[in-house]
Design a protein around this ligand. Structure first.
Ligand code: ZN
Length: 333
């Protein structure tokens, strides 16, 4: 291939965003990121799902199974001081898993005031960690909240500033997805957007010249990538028998307009627009510790309220619960 051909290929390189209205394209893009996290936690705020994974010691001992190809940006196991030290004297526990090494893939994590006092890191000459790849640059991290006592103060050490690439040490294990999976799911979500009600008109109103062709190209790409199995999508409650994108909980067709609207996150500050329902990314199988759920054929678009109801339990258990609620209220037999 000549240079000219190369640059042409680059220019015409397909994107999952092709033809999508800007607000929806942004929504699809954000699915590749983790959710928001507060400063006082160990988690990073809205970073790529392929980032370094944090694994609690209890999960590690219970036998967390890393993905076949491993974690792209590694993992860090977090042990509470009680899990790391034997009771007395302060030596490292002999029953620590052999594959863990402090400062390499293991950190001691202080979360309570009593841990901070009893096992103060200065007793062991420890430093707060600051790298997400081994060596981690220290042995511990701390997120101990302030108390009402005058002598106490907030203890935040390790991964706290721009020198360490931002706040937080890593992401929750169940949020993890490889870069390849992130890309595949974005294409599949775009494929689903093109099957929402009113999307063609909306794209045209935003000045996209040939929305039907954009849709066709995304469908073609998804076929190449094995992402267009309509039967499987229907089985997983992501589309209906007519091939329309539906909410995995209530099964109503999703409107393009619902995807373009944003729900007001800050409660009490703004009155949300109640005339428009908002639809967001929906994990059909619920997010659970130790299980990876961000993968193709498990992601759809669902209403904000349906999502809130099904987030912890997943669709099946939520439906059972709803049946019980309706029965108890004499709304069904
Ligand atoms: Zn719904």
């Amino acid at each position: 291939m000549t240079d000219k051909n190369n640059s042409k290929a680059k220019n015409t390189r397909l994107s999952y965003k092709l033809g999508l209205p800007a607000a929806i394209a942004r929504k699809v893009e954000k699915t590749g990121q983790t959710r928001g996290a507060e400063k006082d936690t160990v988690y990073q705020n809205r970073v790529l799902r392929s980032s370094t994974v944090l694994i609690p010691m209890s999960s590690w001992k219970a036998g967390v199974v890393p993905p076949l190809e491993g974690f792209e940006n590694g993992y860090i196991v977090l042990a509470h001081p009680e899990e790391y030290f034997s009771d007395s004297p302060p030596t490292s526990k002999s029953d620590l898993p052999k594959d863990l090494q402090l400062g390499e893939n293991l950190l001691v994590f202080y979360e309570t005031r009593s841990q901070w006092i009893r096992y103060h890191p200065s007793k062991y000459g420890w430093h707060p960690a600051n790298s997400r790849m081994p060596p981690l640059g220290g042995q511990y991290l701390a997120r101990v909240p302030d108390t009402t006592s005058r002598e106490d103060s907030l203890e935040r050490h390790g991964y706290i500033d721009s020198d360490t690439g931002g706040q937080g040490a890593g992401i929750r294990i169940y949020e993890y997805a490889s870069k390849t999976e992130i890309e595949a799911t974005k294409y599949q979500l775009s494929f689903l957007v093109w099957r929402t009600e009113g999307i063609i008109d909306m794209a045209r109103e935003e000045g996209r010249s040939n929305p039907e062709e954009c849709q066709a190209r995304i469908e073609e790409k998804c076929q190449e990538m094995g992402l267009n199995d309509l039967k499987l999508l229907q089985q997983n409650r992501i589309i209906d028998s007519e091939g329309r994108t539906v909410c995995p909980l209530c099964l109503k067709p999703i409107l393009a307009q619902e995807l373009a609207s944003r729900v007001e996150q800050a409660e009490g500050r703004n009155v949300p627009d109640l005339t428009v329902t908002t639809a967001n990314l929906f994990h059909v199988k619920e997010l659970r510790a130790g299980v990876y759920n961000h993968y193709r054929y498990n992601l759809g678009w669902g209403h904000h309220h349906c999502n809130a109801a099904a987030r912890d339990w997943g669709v099946e258990r939520t439906l059972q619960w709803m049946e019980e609620v309706l029965k108890n209220n004499q709304r069904m037999n």
